[in-house]
Design a protein around this ligand. Structure first.
Ligand code: EPU
Length: 337
């Protein structure tokens, strides 16, 4: 199936629920559809690849072509003693895949429950939560290389996965469209319960298995993070900043409660949420743009905020954090327009 539309309204295609119009919009459900499109229509001057729109902030008008891969399907492609390999289409809802793996008692995805978005976007920013990152589970990524119009693939170990980062955000940025991903799932799962309150939450349920971990992650997320179906948001707006040890020492001397996570010998990662919170932003609202009341890292659209208003708010937040802590916050969401 393909759909090719001009001046297409993207409100339903971004979890911030921002009104935005794509100059041209191309949705497809089979790899071949995009290959044919490239051959006969061509890419044009500008293009954007859009998955679930759960990590994007749209301005009013998106010039050029928006490509929306919507390839369905989850199939088992291989099996060995300890693992099963599932290939999922780029258009599969991420949480549907997690749910299915948990139901089949296959481990590896459960800590990543309830993350919004589609399978095709998961490798791009190496989605992560509660002590797990998807890069650890990716066997292979298949994609179309736009310039050559050829199908290609990359092994997980060659995707340069790092904190919210991969080759798809760097060398291959905008050059490829991911069509499917092969995941490595464990038949004999080892549980990861070390992050924050996860273990305590699982213990409340009285048993430790994939289903109870999934339910616990869902409860923690629902308590802290706004449901994008109800309040427009794109999860964490900024990345957790990485700083040098010297600055970290100065800051912890001044702010003994500052959460600090060691990263190698010379750097540490800080909690952006804590920094923003301690600049007094949590619960702030101006018009329909605001900072979530339970998670200072999440900017929200209460109704009719524009992308421009949210960008403006993010600049104010970044400036106050820089002035108070000398730390520069980088957006995690992609600003488009
Ligand atoms: N904190 C505050 N104020 C707040 C919220 C948190 O001071 O308003 C403090 C907490 O007390 C904690 C620290 O900040 O010490 C970290 O908070 P949390 O555990 O909630 O995690 P996070 O670093 O804010 C990251 C991911 C989330 C992911 C959670 C859980 C990033 C940018 N964000 O948030 O991912 O769900 O960990 O693993 O790495 C996303 O990417 O969209 C996302 C939601």
């Amino acid at each position: 199936m393909i759909r090719l539309l001009d001046q297409y309204d993207l409100t339903a295609y971004n979890t911030f629920h921002l009104h935005s119009t794509a100059e041209r919009f191309f949705e497809f459900t089979e790899t071949e559809d995009l290959l044919l499109f490239l051959r006969y229509e061509g890419l044009g001057e500008r293009h954007l690849i859009l998955g679930g729109g759960s990590n994007m902030l749209f301005q009013k008008h998106i010039p050029g072509l928006v490509i929306h891969p919507n390839i369905p399907g989850i199939v088992e492609v291989d099996e060995d003693r300890n693992q099963i390999y599932w290939e999922a289409g780029a258009g599969v809802e991420w949480d549907e895949l997690v749910d299915r793996a948990v139901k089949f008692e296959l481990g590896g995805l459960e800590n990543l429950s309830l993350i919004p978005g589609k399978v095709g976007a998961a490798p791009v920013q190496n989605i992560g939560a509660y002590g797990a990152e998807i890069g650890e589970r990716i066997e292979l990524v298949r994609f179309i290389h736009l310039e050559s119009g050829k199908m290609m693939e990359l092994k997980g170990e060659d995707c340069h996965f790092a904190y919210r980062d991969s080759i798809f955000k760097n060398e291959l940025k905008n050059k490829v469209v991911i069509t499917s991903v092969i995941f490595r799932l464990d038949k004999f799962p080892e549980y990861k319960l070390d992050y924050g309150s996860l273990k305590a939450e699982v213990e409340k349920l009285g048993k430790t298995d994939l289903e109870s971990i999934r339910q616990s992650v869902i409860s923690i997320r629902e308590a802290k993070l706004p449901d994008p179906k109800v309040i427009g948001n794109a999860g964490s707006f900024f990345k957790n900043p990485v700083i040098d040890l010297d600055l970290a020492r100065d800051l912890t001397a001044q702010y003994p409660h500052l959460p600090v996570y060691p990263l190698g010998d010379a750097q540490v990662k800080l909690a952006a949420a804590w920094l923003i919170d301690h600049c007094g932003w949590k619960g702030y609202r101006k018009g329909d743009a605001g900072v979530h009341e339970h998670q200072a890292l999440v900017l929200v659209n209460y109704g009719k905020a524009s992308g421009e208003e949210l960008i403006d708010l993010s600049h104010q937040i970044r400036n106050t954090v820089q002035a108070k802590f000398h730390v520069l916050l980088e957006p995690e969401v992609n600003i488009i327009g």
